[in-house]
Design a protein around this ligand. Structure first.
Ligand code: IPD
Ligand code: CA
Ligand code: CA
Length: 376
């Protein structure tokens, strides 16, 4: 997408919706995670081991021996949807991409103009571009699938909660970077089928002032990951020492945040470096692109992750929670990697995460729309 693209959608902000940041009852926060069941007997021709993916958290040390004997592809279950229901995948991805590109046109229009900033918290910014981008994306989704459920960062939950499809929309991921003109932000759109990512698109802004451009990542469950139409693959680097890693820190400076500061220090010591760019969707796409080996963060929201996790999995990578358990987009931690390295990273990341869990830190799923039906 070039700088010259014009945004022509008719933008109207929906006043009837509930913002996640101010209207908690929109979400079923008391949703309890049930143990994930073992799905299928084999994956890529290898046997799967059900017990190591079951919640509550498994004991890593006792399963390590079993894990190390398995090819890495078969150690962790797939997170992508195994079915996409009655809507053909090519139709779904076409609308997902159009929605993300429409949002990106709004962002591109604003990228060289003064920002109109308001605050959700002391350092948590939002701009009118976040809201306008989301309105433009919603218009595309509603026009094509008026009966689907939508979870937007700015607008909250809209639509039919009985729908099997849930659109997770981050209209501007990396708002702080956007506000500063720092080149790591994106528009991220992912659609779930019964709770599992089915199709995804992320439009990343690259370059910087005087040189803004975009590249578009897309993925479908079982159909591979692409960047500007070309197939992409995660890296094959198999040692932490030869890895470039990425992490992120949310706006809430709690115990998980402090734990990740320690992980940042530890991995900076043993790897080629740990980057902190500030846009979760972009960070995950960089793992899918094979330019970094892994990314992790505590307390991301479904709209931060829905698209990026599918991109990584479809590029051949692996996605789990930071304690090694099976991941869903309503989880409060994520580790995505090139796959080869996943177990080695978990050796350092899982123990402090399990410590947080044993201290009672809340890792129960969040931001799952009430009554939304999932397969897990
Ligand atoms: C944030 C970015 C950031 C991550 C935060 C997110 P936002 O999203 O993805 O990298 O560290 O946890 O909230 O607020 O810019 O959309
Ligand atoms: Ca975000
Ligand atoms: Ca955002």
């Amino acid at each position: 997408m070039g700088r010259s693209l014009l945004f022509s959608a008719n933008i109207s902000l929906k006043s009837s919706c509930h913002s996640p940041s101010c209207s908690l009852p929109s979400y079923n926060r008391s949703y309890q995670c049930v143990p994930f069941s073992f799905e299928g007997n084999s994956h890529n021709g290898f046997p799967r081991i059900p017990s190591i993916h079951a919640k509550p958290a498994r004991n890593l040390s006792t399963t390590k021996a079993v894990l190390s004997e398995l090819p890495y592809q078969s150690r962790y279950p797939k997170i992508g949807a195994s079915s996409t229901g009655p809507i053909p995948l090519n139709q779904l991805i076409q609308v997902v991409e159009t929605a993300a590109k429409t949002g990106a046109e709004v962002v591109m229009e604003a990228v060289n103009k003064p920002r109109n900033i308001t605050y959700k918290g002391l350092t948590d910014l939002v701009t009118d571009t976040d809201q306008m981008s989301e309105a433009a994306i919603l218009e595309v989704v509603n026009k094509n699938f008026g009966d689907h459920l939508i979870l937007g960062e700015e607008g909250g939950v809209i639509g039919d909660s009985h729908s099997d499809y849930l659109w997770c929309i981050d209209p501007l991921d990396g708002t702080t970077n956007f506000a500063h003109g720092y080149p790591s932000f994106a528009v991220s759109v992912g659609v779930l089928f019964r709770g599992r990512p089915a199709a995804a698109a992320v439009v990343e802004f690259v370059g910087g002032p005087m040189a803004w451009n975009t590249r578009t990542f897309s993925a479908t469950a079982g159909g591979g990951a692409f960047c500007n139409g070309q197939r992409i693959h995660a890296s094959q680097t198999d040692t932490v020492e030869r890895s470039l890693l990425v992490t992120g820190f949310g706006y809430e400076h709690d115990d998980a945040w402090s734990t990740n500061i320690e992980l940042f220090k530890e991995f900076t010591d043993v790897s080629r470096g740990v980057r902190r760019l500030g846009a979760a969707a972009v960070d995950m796409c960089h793992v899918a692109l094979g330019i970094v080996e892994a990314y992790w963060e505590y307390r991301l929201k479904p709209w931060d992750m829905a698209a990026g996790v599918l991109m990584v999995e479809e590029a051949g990578g692996t996605v789990t929670c930071m304690d090694g358990n099976k991941f869903c987009v309503f989880d409060r931690s994520v580790l995505v990697s090139n796959g080869v390295l996943h177990s080695k990273l978990l050796e350092r990341i899982a123990p402090p995460t399990e410590k947080l869990i044993s201290k009672g830190f809340d890792f129960s799923p969040w931001f799952k729309p009430e009554n939304y039906h999932t397969d897990f």
